[in-house]
Structure formats: C-alpha cells, structure tokens
Ligand binder design. Structure first.
Ligand code: F6R
Length: 613
C-alpha cells in the first residue's frame, strides 16, 4: 500500500525515482508524485493516476536535482486526486514528506494544529504529520531529525516517512514503524524503497530498516538511530535477486509471466528440501521448532486473501496427515477478537509480501501470549519473516502482478512439505502414502508445464466464450474447496465480474437459486474420494440449465461428458491435486480480464501489499 522511493547521490535523482516508482506501482496507483531538492527550494510535482501521468505532467520542467523522494499512492484518507497526492509540503514549504501507512490519531493532531493557525490543502493524515513535525521543529528550534523523533513518540499508527528539508540539501530523513523500508548502499549514493526493486539496477547491498528506527541518509553516509537517539550499526545484506525477475520478459503482463513461471517457482520451492529417493524432507525451520510442533495443542493459521486460501487447504492436509487440530483465521478478525492463545499453540503465518498489516499485528498479539510463530513468507527480509521464531521462504521470486498466482502455488508446495515433515516426525503417516505424495510432488513442476502447454489455447477459447458473463459460481469439495474460493477471488480481482466460491454441496442451501442458463458454474472436479458426489452436483446444475465449466482429471469421461467446457489436468493423489487444479483457473481469470480490456496487472482499487488495516 503506497510505494516510496528516495535517492541521494551524485547523479540526477528524477530518473532514478521515476524508474523506482514504476517498479513499486503494484503497491498502489491512485496518484504519484516527487519532491526534488533544488538547492534553494524544494519542488513538488504530483498527479492523480499512474506514474506515466506524472511523467507526462513533469515533462519540460526543471528536474536537475541529485536528491529527491517519490510516492505512488493507494488512497486511504482522501480520494485519489492531485491535491491528495504525495509529497506534501509543510505550511512553510520548508519540508516535504511522503508517507506509507496510516496516522490513527491524525484528527487530534490536526485539531491542535488548526488551533495554532495551520492550514491544510489535502484531506490526508500525511499532511497533518508533516505539519506536526514542522511545528515541533519551529517551537523547539531543533533539527529535522530531532523534530521527527519527538513527533513519532506521539504518533499512533503505521508509517514509513521520507522527508526533505530546505536547510538540508544533501539529506533524506526516514523513519519506519509497521511499513517496510529498505535502503540500498551504492557508490556515493543511497537508494530508499518500500522494497528492494527500485534499487536492484544500481546495487545489491541493502539494509532493512526496523520498526522505531530513524535513518539520516546522505550520499556517502547512512546513520541509523533508534527513537532514543542511540546509534545502531546498519546491517548490510546482499540481495539474492536479479533484475530480470522484476521485468516482463516478453509477456504482455506480469500476471501471465508469473503464471508461466510456475513450473520453475514450484521447483524452486521444492529444491533442496525434498529427496524422493531418500524419502526425506529437509526444512530447518520445522526442525527448529519440532518439539513445539509435536506437543502443540493446535496449529492456528493466520493469513489474508489468497494466502488464507492456502491456509485453508493446509488445514485439510495437516489434520489429515498429522492429526493435529488446525484452525484457519482471517488475520483481520483474529487480531481484534480476543482469541484464546497459549504457549502450547503454534501459529503459521502465510504471507507473500510478509508485510500485511493485519497479519503482522495478529502475530505480535499471539507472540505476546506465548505462541510460537512460524512464518511462511515469500519476500526475504520482510517484517513477518523477521518477527517469526522460525519459518520457511516460499522462493517464488518477486511477484509483481497484483493478483497472486505463483506465490500461491509456492505456498501450497511448501505447506505440503511442512505437513509431510510433521507427519513423519509424529509417525502419523504410512510410508506408502508418504512416498506416493513425495513422488507426486516431485512431478508437480512437470505437470504444471503440461497444463500450461496443453490447455493454454483451450482456456483462451473458454475465456472468450464467457467473458461477458455477469456472475460466476465456483464450486469444489474437500481439498478442492479452497481452490474454488481462490478461482472466484482471482476472477473478481482481474475481471470485475461478481464471482462466488462455495462448497459444492452447500450450493443447495442457497446459491442454487442463482442458477439459470446465463450462469457459468465452474466445478473443480478432479478425481478424488468425493468424485461421485461432485458429479451429482454437476447434474443438479445441468438440470437447471446452468453452464458448466469443469476442471477435470485426465481421462475422466464422466465429468467431461457432462460439462459444457473442460480444462484438463494430470491425475495425481487428491491431496496434491489442488496445486494443479488452480492453474487453469488462474489462466481463465487472466484471459477474461484481458478480453474485457482491463489492466490485469493493476486492477482497480487493489494494491499488492496491504500495509494498512
Ligand atoms: C489476491 C491477493 C491478496 C493477498 C492478500 C494477502 O490475489 O494477492 O488477496 O493474498 O492481500 O497478502 P500477503 O500474502 O502479502 O499477506
């Protein structure tokens, strides 16, 4: 939610910032803006819409600065507009600030400032904060750094802020709490970003800033302090990421590229962790908390959105294989409803970004109550990864398309490994089943490739046929139920078609009233122990003239015979089938979005990383 970029060095800042904002646009694209320190003044340029609109509006203007900050916004306080776009000036125009997060006590701070005669041009909480900082600076006759420190002690909420001060022509002041901030160390230059992508073209040396830390950033100097003004030694890490990973590589959209990357990303999730011949799984994160897991009362899975769907499947799999009670929680509900947590509980947090605010706070609460936290995260060095007691990375690589695809299948893959590992440690799985599941998992990358090769054109044709539909229903049973939910979510996100995911049998208790000859019903109907039941559910829809699109196992003539359209996947054990059955649904959503003329990589109102609650 909101992307922030900063540059201070000896080159021109503007191109670095614009390039960085384009890389971070997945975090929000309601408006974009830059502030450049021009020596005697700070110039702010900002525009509603995407970064391209900003670039166009800045064309021909003086941007000859070597220090600047930039922002791409996902609106919270105030509609998307030029005046609500960041950066925001303080009243004197001596300070400019960008902000990612929410200042919860902004109303109180604003009323204090209004009484002192401050005026506001925007509806944002961020403009309140920059003026609050300026007010402290003036009243205490102190430096900007000191004013920020004092101000942040009163701020309630989450933030990353970057500030320029007219009196400091070579310094960016930055601070974070609850939103991500990475600083890249270059040659006589520093780069700041919400993640490492804006700096990847220039440096691989980065410092991840922690909550309650403040950075004073100059071309040749990075000073880190805590809010008590004590120095902290920056911990420089080397990025393990290539520039190609964040470029489209010949595909029309990141979403399509990421769907097609899945044979590789699933392979990467398995690599070094599974040895089908030795019948062994290596997961150091599970080993680290093995004792806790083995005596756990229950496992609570906490996540949001697509990651929650991965968690729901994990509930089915872990309960089946490990015989441990599992609960799956929406982080946003879990954090507010006073759940009963003990030190016997293990929490598995699932998050692509590792920055989702609700998940993060839910974990902090659970940790305070003694639970052990295991993080299943994609973004290396992210907040959830760092606050976990143990964990495993999903190794899907950077996911830029706002709708999650490869991160989801990587989550499923690692969750299978986790379940199998625990089951083996607990002795709750027969060797034959263990070996069968391991063998199927080893083949998943090849099977996904087979689906992408064989079904691509078929799915394109199905997508074209149904792209004008007004509603969709997605149905699945057992292990495929979470995939029905995920299929519906994907379609909603990228096509703006209303879609509902439902347990196939539950459909009779209400949604069946929606069925008529206009309604496409997608069945996730791969061969499993419920197959006959789902065939009956297909019959029920057909009897009411609904249009049936089915994901079926190779060779399933019954389902194929009943459905209007089919998408075929290889037949594997029912526990592993979901990681295959989701692939056609991703492609279906993608092409329906494309045929409706939509920007599938940046769907309206969405942002990749939800760092506000
Ligand atoms: C859907 C999607 C979202 C995320 C959710 C959680 O395609 O991407 O529903 O899954 O916002 O995000 P993470 O996994 O980053 O915590």
């Amino acid at each position: 939610m909101c992307g922030i970029v900063g540059y201070v060095g000896s080159n021109l800042a503007y191109p670095v910032i614009i390039d960085g904002l384009k890389k971070l646009e997945y975090r929000g694209y309601d408006s974009a803006g830059v502030a450049l320190h021009m020596g005697n003044s700070i110039e702010v340029y900002k525009k509603e819409g995407k970064v391209a609109a900003l670039e166009e509006s800045v064309h021909g203007k003086n941007v000859q600065a070597t220090i600047g900050i930039g922002h791409t916004r996902w609106a919270t306080h105030g509609e998307p507009s030029d005046r609500n776009a960041h950066p925001h000036y303080s009243n004197s125009r001596n300070i400019a600030m960008i902000h990612n997060g929410i200042i919860e006590n902004y109303a109180q701070l604003k009323s204090e400032l209004l009484q002192k005669g401050y005026t506001f041009k925007s509806d944002t909480d961020s403009e309140v904060l920059v003026n609050f900082i300026e007010d402290i600076k003036i009243n205490n006759e102190c430096s900007l750094e000191e004013a920020v420190r004092i101000a942040l002690k009163r701020v309630v909420g989450a933030y990353v802020i970057l500030l320029l001060d007219k009196d400091l022509p070579d310094t960016i002041i930055a601070a974070r709490k609850g939103s991500p901030l990475v600083i890249g160390v270059g040659e006589n230059a520093h780069y700041l970003g919400s993640d490492a992508s804006p700096m990847l073209a220039y440096t691989k040396e980065v410092v991840y800033i922690n909550d309650y830390e403040l950075a004073i950033v100059r071309p040749d100097e990075l000073i880190l302090k805590n809010l008590g003004n004590e120095r902290i030694t920056p911990f420089v890490q080397k990025l393990d990421m290539e520039l190609a990973a964040i470029e489209k590589g010949g595909f029309d959209h990141f979403m399509l590229k990421e769907i097609f990357e899945q044979p590789q990303t699933i392979f990467d999730s398995l690599r070094g962790r599974m040895d089908a011949e030795q019948q062994s799984i290596t997961l150091s994160g599970v080993d680290k908390i093995a004792e806790r897991l083995l005596r756990a009362n229950r496992i609570i899975i906490v996540a949001c959105g697509t990651s929650w769907h991965a968690g729901l499947l994990a509930e089915y799999v872990i309960e089946e294989l490990c015989r441990i009670n599992v609960e799956v929680e929406y982080a946003s509900e879990f954090r507010y409803r006073n759940p009963i947590i003990t030190d016997q509980d293990v929490i598995i947090a699932i998050s692509q970004s590792g920055e989702t605010a609700d998940t993060l706070v839910a974990l902090e609460n659970a940790k305070k109550q003694g639970a052990t936290i295991f993080g299943l995260v994609n973004v290396v060095g992210s907040s959830i990864a760092r606050m976990s007691d143990a964990g495993a990375y999903t190794h899907a690589g950077p996911e830029i398309g706002v709708a999650s695809t490869k991160a989801f299948t990587a989550q499923l893959t690692v969750l299978y490994l986790i379940a199998l590992k625990i089951a083996q440690l607990k002795g709750t799985i027969e060797a034959t089943l263990f070996n069968r599941l391991l063998a199927d998992l080893a083949n998943v990358p090849a099977y996904v490739k087979e689906i992408l090769d064989d079904q691509h054109a078929v799915i394109q044709a199905i997508a074209r046929k149904y792209s004008d539909a007004r509603d969709f229903l997605y149905l699945g049973r057992g292990y495929n139920f979470p995939i029905a939910l995920e299929g519906a979510l994907k379609l909603k996100e990228v096509s703006y078609i209303h879609a509902e995911g439902y347990p196939a049998a539950e459909m009779k208790h209400g949604p069946i009233a929606l069925v008529d000859e206009q309604l496409p019903v997608v069945f996730v109907a791969t061969k499993d122990s419920y197959h006959e039941k789902i065939i009956s559910n297909i019959q029920e829809i057909k009897a009411r003239k609904g249009k049936v699109i089915a994901v079926v196992s190779h060779g399933d003539n019954v389902a194929t015979g009943l459905a209007d359209d089919v998408m075929v996947v290889p037949h594997v054990h029912e526990i592993i089938a979901p990681v295959l059955s989701v692939i056609p649904l991703q492609l279906l959503s993608y092409y329906i979005g494309v045929y409706r003329g939509l920007d599938v990589d940046k769907p309206r109102n969405l942002a990749k990383s939800v760092t506000v609650e």
